[in-house]
Design a protein around this ligand. Structure first.
Ligand SMILES: Cc1cc2nc3c(=O)[nH]c(=O)nc-3n(C[C@H](O)[C@H](O)[C@H](O)COP(=O)(O)O)c2cc1C
Length: 338
């Protein structure tokens, strides 16, 4: 369903062009300091308005609706609401006869029998990642202090980059925008300080939980841990990772911090592939369901040329949600050490 987690449970709701986007977290630790300003930095990293991203800029001011009093979490379900103020639903009117290629318009039509919100991509919009980032802020706050999570963009349109601020990105975006096209990217996430022993051998393996949460981010096409797909091309003698210390430290962390579904005490490392934005200005030929024939489609409006640029903080946030849940499941409090 549209909720994730056992003891740190996140429920997202709302839509891009409806009145609100919201998230309910059931339940954060009681007594945690929490104020609106705590969300600023993370929400700013997700926001558009710069080259290669949407020109729709919302204030993204969190309203703390429940589970919060006098600057602290109460321990009851915490609800945050974000008002949508800059919808331009008219942009979607010319698209009514089409299902955008690669987007979720057709599957939404089938599943919700036409009752779905169509403008702005409804619940399938990248704007829904606002809820994930808000949950991530709360999750990060209650993680063990030794756990540090950092994600960065490592590839854009097939070009290796240092991070989402790499100067090479400007030229890629300008060329792409000029052509009315879009590109994807790859984000790498590293979680340091995660204790060994979290996770389960089968369905609740740490890879399964992270992949489950990561695939809730719209536009994800793949995930790999540690050596990932390149492990299949290695000899065992290249792949095997020597232990180089008494606490499970390995030489090259080829497993990305997980063996047998259980954290091994090395940094948790995974990479996420994002597809190019489907809504492009370049003319595409696709099925017109009103005229019942193939027809040209040009998609105007406010779209990201490369939405992957905005996703490192989203990837960090879902990783934090998973780790906050695992931390509670492991019975690990703030005194737990590696
Ligand atoms: C931060 C973010 C921003 C996005 N912006 C756009 C956009 O401007 N236009 C668009 O067509 N898709 C955008 N997407 C992708 C759609 O939300 C996504 O393609 C759609 O939900 C279907 O994707 P799926 O099949 O991978 O679930 C964005 C995704 C993210 C994570």
């Amino acid at each position: 369903m549209n909720q994730f987690g056992r003891l740190f449970r996140v429920h997202c709701f709302g839509s891009s062009h409806g009145p609100f986007i919201g998230v309910m977290i059931d339940a954060p630790k009681p007594g945690m300091d929490l104020c609106v300003a705590d969300f600023d930095q993370a929400l700013l990293r997700r926001r558009g308005g710069v080259l290669g991203t949407t020109s729709r800029v919302e204030s993204d001011q969190p309203n703390l609706i429940s589970g919060w009093a006098d600057g602290r979490t109460t321990g009851a379900p915490l609800t945050l609401l974000f008002e949508n103020q800059h919808q331009r639903s008219g942009d979607y009117q010319p698209l009514e006869a089409f299902y955008r290629p690669g987007h979720a318009d057709w599957t939404a039509q089938v599943k919700y029998q036409g009752y779905q919100e169509k403008a702005g991509g409804g619940i399938f919009s990248g704007r829904m990642t606002l809820a994930l980032v808000a949950a991530g802020v709360v999750a990060k706050k209650q993680l063990l202090p030794q756990i540090r999570i950092h994600a960065r963009l490592v590839e854009v349109g097939g070009v290796s980059v240092e991070n989402e601020h790499d100067p090479q990105i400007e030229a890629i975006m300008l060329t792409c925008r000029e052509a009315g096209d879009a590109v994807g990217g790859i984000v790498e996430c590293c979680c340091e300080g995660v204790p060994a022993g979290w996770g389960e051998p089968f369905f609740d393996s740490v890879e399964s939980l992270i992949a489950h949460a990561v695939f809730s981010i719209p536009g994800v096409r793949g995930i790999e841990f540690g050596d990932g797909f390149s492990a299949a091309r290695m000899k065992a003698s290249q792949h095997n990772d020597r232990y180089v210390g008494p606490n499970g430290q390995t030489d090259k962390n080829g497993a990305g911090g997980i063996n047998g579904g259980i954290t091994n005490g090395n940094p948790l490392v995974f990479r996420v592939a994002f597809k190019p934005t489907n809504s492009i200005e370049m003319i595409q030929s696709t099925w017109n369901h009103e005229t019942q024939e193939m027809a040209p489609l040009q998609i105007k409006g406010r779209h990201d040329t490369c939405f992957a640029l905005r996703t490192p903080v989203v990837v960090e946030s879902v990783a934090a949600m998973v780790l906050a849940d695992l931390q509670l499941l492991s019975g690990c409090g703030n005194t737990c050490s590696r």
